[in-house]
Design a protein around this ligand. Structure first.
Ligand code: NAG
Ligand code: NAG
Ligand code: NAG
Ligand code: NAG
Length: 568
């Protein structure tokens, strides 16, 4: 019957052609799934025929398949429509015209009214993708979908979106990826999307590793939506591919895209899966290959946004990996860790302060100047965040001049951290203002300036804690830390002079009697700094106390520290 119809479709008499078409529709509407399987291959084969008449009638019969029952329709359209779009560029105008008509027939059975209204635009994009793809994607994104998308709608949409994903224009790629994400939540029957996944997924993966972060972000969210909409079992290779790309040696961009994609996909897969995979991710942050560390640390930059509270519960487990990353020998790994740290502070400063703050404080006392620098930066972020949020409430209706606002921010910090903690933190920052490393000093001065309105008054407030901090740092086993504390002490004496000496000297005298040798050595360094920084007449008034102290020290094998000073 099929060959007969094929011939009649190109009969010279119009009435015969119309009758043939009528018969074809009737036949198609009766086709079972099995029938479609029998008919479709021979029709598709007809498109390969050299004779244009055979091609034309095959196209017409394919168009008539638009009248199949819905179940058959979702089975055959994914195969038919791409072929019909190819026909649109056929060398023979009659074949082209038949292709147009056939696509219109597909358009005519679309039940979704929003898409139905767009059929002419969609057909123009299918006919002339160079000129109309972008426009039709625009229109689709502007359309508010109240009704879900059926199989014929998808059949026309997918080739356009597929084309959009491969465009060079950033905007077009982004829009196409966004529509892919939306489609899976808009389809009547998520399974209608399955035949198209093999076509769309490779292109979305390419967009995921686009050089522009924002474009990658859209593709990442599309992947997440696909998993939510269709279920993970449709994408068995996606997570392994993302994990592999996360380790890629090729480029930062690929790893970053994989991190963005993985963050969305993990969010879609939910808590249990995440709990299970997290230990591997953390371990890979100290992998021997820099690219692997880099990729996995980059992932932590995106997880807070995508996973929210689920990720927050694991903050304590993740923080050590971040701190290690801050000291990595490789700059791009350090940058990845610091970016993640900034994001943690941004998301969790207020909710997880008791977790974040101690980790950052520890970092300020690290032996590694890189960790000190990053930690000071993160502390600045954190304090600013704390001051910024609650600072506003205090400021309402008040003066808006800068000094006042800093005072208010200072109060906000005290309110959130408590006075004791705030003093501890400021003492740490004050100490590293004298760091041996210039970049740490600069970072610390910057933080101090942003949060402290009045330095002399603040120093007075934090003096007891500051001295504690300095003394224990002077006794530290790390020579760099001792040096930093010594310099800070010298600076303190230069700044405040006589006012601090009465409290410093007795503490140091006491320290020289410490049974712990390294503490004694620390105190000696401190003493020498004090003597080097204080003016002669300032020291004179403390000679009574200093002389016995120094005498004690001279009996000590660390006395050379002092000896230097006294000579000077
Ligand atoms: C479509 O995608 C955008 C961006 O990804 C999203 O904000 C919007 O909620 C989605 N709409 C639907 C219906 O899924
Ligand atoms: C790194 O992660 C992979 C999974 O991506 C895991 O199989 C492997 O054991 C991890 N490596 C380490 C050192 O934990
Ligand atoms: C640092 O790591 C990146 C990958 O993150 C790598 O491409 C680069 O070659 C590494 N640099 C050094 C100096 O090892
Ligand atoms: C001496 O003090 C330093 C710093 O407080 C400490 O790290 C070290 O363990 C102490 N040594 C002894 C033997 O107690």
């Amino acid at each position: 019957m099929l060959p007969l119809l094929l011939v009649s479709f190109s009969d010279q008499v119009l009435a015969v052609r119309e009758a043939a078409e009528c018969a074809a529709r009737a036949m198609m509407s009766q086709l079972t799934g099995h029938g479609v399987k029998l008919v479709l291959p021979s029709l598709l084969k007809g498109l390969e025929d050299k004779a244009w008449r055979t091609k034309q009638s095959s196209v017409q019969l394919l168009g008539a398949m638009a009248y199949c029952a819905p179940q058959q329709l979702s089975q055959c359209l994914p195969k038919i429509v791409p072929k019909l779009t190819e026909v649109l560029t056929d060398t023979h105008p009659k074949v082209q015209a038949a292709g147009q008509t056939a696509l219109q027939q597909v358009g005519s059975v679309i039940k979704n009214p929003e898409i139905n209204a767009l059929v002419p635009i969609l057909l123009s994009a299918l006919t002339d993708p160079n000129d109309h793809t972008k426009h039709s994607l625009d229109i689709l994104l502007q359309t508010t979908f109240i009704n879900s998308i059926d199989a014929p709608s998808l059949a026309l949409l997918v080739p356009i979106v597929h084309r959009g994903l491969r465009e060079r224009g950033v905007d077009t790629k982004k829009k196409a990826a966004q529509i892919v994400g939306n489609m899976s939540s808009l389809v009547t029957e998520p399974m209608d999307m399955i035949p198209y996944i093999g076509l769309l997924l490779p292109e979305v993966k390419k967009v995921l590793v686009d050089p522009i972060p924002e474009v990658r972000g859209v593709a990442a969210r599309a992947l997440g939506s696909l998993i939510v909409g269709m279920g993970e079992q449709i994408f068995p290779d996606l997570v392994p591919w993302l994990l592999e790309t996360l380790k890629s040696d090729n480029s930062n961009v690929e790893r970053s895209g994989a991190a963005q994609g993985l963050s969305e996909v993990l969010a879609a897969l939910g808590k249990d899966y995440f709990d299970q995979i997290l230990p591997d991710i953390i371990r890979n942050c100290s992998h021997q290959k820099a690219s692997v560390r880099d990729g996995h640390l980059t992932l932590f930059r995106y997880l807070p946004r995508s996973m929210g509270a689920i990720f927050q519960n694991h903050l304590q487990a993740v923080l050590p990996a971040i701190l290690d990353g801050l000291a990595d020998e490789n700059e791009s790994v350090r940058d990845a860790a610091l970016s993640a740290g900034h994001i943690f502070v941004e998301y969790y400063a207020t909710t997880s302060l008791p977790l974040l703050l101690p980790a950052i404080e520890d970092g300020i006392f690290s032996d590694n100047w890189r960790i000190r620098q990053s930690s000071v930066e993160l502390l600045g972020d954190l304090l600013f965040k704390v001051a910024g949020t609650s600072g506003k409430a205090i400021l309402e209706g008040g003066s808006d001049d800068e000094g006042a606002s800093t005072e208010a921010q200072g109060r906000a910090i005290v309110e959130v951290l408590g006075r004791v903690k705030r003093n501890e933190v400021l003492a740490a920052v004050y100490m590293v203002r004298s760091d041996v490393s210039l970049t740490v000093r600069q970072a610390a001065v910057h933080v101090w300036k942003t949060i402290v309105a009045n330095t002399p008054r603040t120093l007075k407030e934090i003096m007891p804690v500051l001295m504690d901090t300095l003394i224990s740092s002077l006794a530290s086993s790390s020579s760099e830390r001792r040096q930093v504390a010594g310099r800070a002490l010298g600076e303190l004496v230069r700044k405040l002079g006589e006012r601090v000496l009465p409290s410093i000297i007795p503490i140091l005298s006491q320290g020289l009697k410490d049974p712990n040798a390294s503490r004694r050595q620390g105190v000696c360094i401190g003493l020498s700094e004090v003597m080097g920084s204080a003016g002669k007449h300032q020291l004179l008034s403390f000679m009574g106390e200093l002389i016995p102290t120094i005498r004690t020290a001279l009996c000590d094998r660390f006395a050379f520290w002092l000896y230097n000073c006294v000579i000077l």
